[in-house]
Design a protein around this ligand. Sequence first.
Ligand SMILES: [Zn+2]
Length: 471
Amino acid sequence: MRNNLYFLVVGVVLATSAGATISATNAQPLETRVATASSLGQKALNDPAAFDFVESLTTEIGQRLAGTEAHKRAVAWAEAKLKAAGFENVHSEPFNLRAWIRGAESADIVGSVPQHLAVTTLGGSVATDANGVEAEIAVFRTYDELLAAAPGSLNGKIAVVTQRMVRVQDGSGYGAASRIRRSGPSEAAKRGAVAYLLRSLGTDNHRLPHTGALDYQEGAPQIPAAALSVPDAEQLERLAARGPVRIRLLLTPTVKENAASWNVVGEIKGAERPDETVLIGGHLDSWDLGTGATDDGAGVAIAFGAARLIAALPQRPGRTIRVVLFGAEEMDFSGAAYAQAHEGEAGNIVVAAEADFGARNVLSVQLPPGAAGSDFARALQQTIAPLGAIFDSRPALFGGDDVRGLQKAGVPVAALRQDGLDYFDTHHTADDTLDKIDPKQLDQAVAVWSVFTYLAAASDVDFRNLAPPPK
Ligand SMILES: [Zn+2]
């Protein structure tokens, strides 16, 4: 908020010098740019570069949890790939993070019917004692039932929440359920629980648990927390209905304070107004269980593939295209680090968007508030329709976790929304591997991203000026 005045001043300058929409002041007429965008989209449908990028990343690097040696190798790999593809100003911007490293993890039902359970530790969880923690479980079929439990009612118990995640194409089922993983451990601890288990936030029925980060609340005891695979959560529901169940849980993660990560950057410099930047990206880090193919090898491949096609055009767009491969999205560090490092530059970032929703085709595109009905929106609509995507006139409220910090600093964001119907079947599991990517669908996503990115970079559109004035 303290930057409001700054952006107001910059906004006025941009509005005066650049105009409000795609305009005749641009070097090329609108029809030429629309034609260029259309041919870019068609070219992308048969360009193997994005798939090759994610194939190389997942094969030669594999998992790349932020703060690990593997992620460091991925950063060097990414710099080399960007340079080889002709990107300019390729560099890596360092930042510190508190790295969390998975250890041994197991859960067993103890007593007269001993059984092994498939679990995985939540990112950020504290460890159990070296011998594990053993306690009776208290099962809650919904998260609200846990929240309704009285303080002290879970003393000495392991709280288990088995609420189902709903399969929704746009990912809203995950959004609705994320508090169960993020906040559940602290809510259970406040009621006396000694450990926390949740049914994985996933839409599959495989015995592969889904990891993901938790957020401990200040003032609440920090208790160990893990996700059960979906079949194991259902097994516990049935067993608990038959009588008391005791579980022994062993989790031994460790933490590296002040570990290093990097946001990797490459640019296609603008031909006319290089200081104005269209920022697109994905996150290079991944969870450690699979090879991070759909989350988010696909996303970095999409941003790379789209920008690379634009770089190969005979005439470059007026504005700079900056590709950022963020370095610690899963543990929530890279977006804030980027926004902080680029605080003074936010006024020059025309629009920002992150691809972080898998490898399937883009179904719809949302632009910043006020853009519906603009020349820019019409040009976009016209060029993405043949690719099988629609312009969604609702304003983009979210452009990806890693551009949220920029958005807070006043940068307009766009949302290129992919088909996520099966994304949460393998999300954050050992099953997030290359074979889940359909190259044809990935190519369509690259096509829509290349069209959007090109049109934004080749125009004078000023999304800040299109938006209704702040109250
Ligand atoms: Zn992601």
